[in-house]
Design a binder for this molecule. Sequence first.
Ligand code: ADP
Length: 234
Amino acid sequence: MILFGSPGSGKGTQAKLLRSCLKGPHISTGDMLRMHIQAHDAIGEQSEALLKSGKLVSDELVNALVEARIAEPDCRAGIILDGYPRTLQQARVLAGMMERQDFRAAVVHLIVDYEKIVARLSGRRQCPVCGTLYSLRTNPPKIAGICDLDGATLVTREDDRESVIRERLHEYESQTRPVVNYFREAGVPLIEIDGAGARPEQIVQRICEALASVGLIGGAAGSDTEAPVRAIAT
Ligand code: ADP
C-alpha cells in the first residue's frame, strides 16, 4: 500500500495505526534517511543538508534504499510505503520493483488543507526513542515535553520550522503531486481520504474499509479486534 499525501498529512500516524488491518512492515524513506544521519554514515552525510533544508534527496539513493528493503523476507506479506515514491522517476522504478516482486498496489491519498498542515507540523513533537508523535494542540503528552511511553525528552524535527515546512510543501507541489496521476493512469486503485476533521482512529477505519472495498484486504478493521488480513502480494 502506498500512503500518499503532502508533508504533515498524517502518513506516519496512519501507517502505525494501519497495523489494525494490514500486515507487513511500515517503510518510511524519511525514517530510513534519519537513521542514516544519526549513524553518521555515507548515506547520512549525503542527505543531511537536504533534509534540513526541506529538499528531496536523489532518486538513485532512495530507490536503492527501498529496493534493498523490499527484498527482505518480512515484506512478502505486503508493505506500507510512506513518503515513497515522491517523484515520477521513483514511481517508475517502484512500478518495476512491484512487477518483479509480484505485488498488487493501492494508493491511499490523504488530503489536508495547507494552512492546517503548517499549524500541525510547527506544533509537532516526537519521541527520539520510540518515535511516538505528539501534537501540542490536539494530542499533547501528559507531562509537557516528556514521552508518555518511555519518559524521554521530546524533540522538534529540524525540518518542522515554518520556512522549511514551506519548502517541503513546494517540493511536494512541484515534484510529488504528479505521482498521483501516474498511478491513476497505470490503473492502480486510488483511494482519496479526508485527512482532517476526524480523529486518527476514525481516519484509519475509513482507510481499512476502502482497502477492503478494492479487494486489497479481506475485511474492514473492527475498532478493538484484529481484522482478518489478506496479503497484498499476489
Ligand atoms: P514529510 O513527509 O513530513 O516531509 P518524511 O519523513 O517523509 O517527512 O521526509 C523527510 C525528508 O526526507 C524530506 O523532506 C526529504 O528531504 C527526504 N525524503 C524522504 N523520502 C524521500 C524520497 N522518497 N525522495 C527524496 N527525498 C526523500
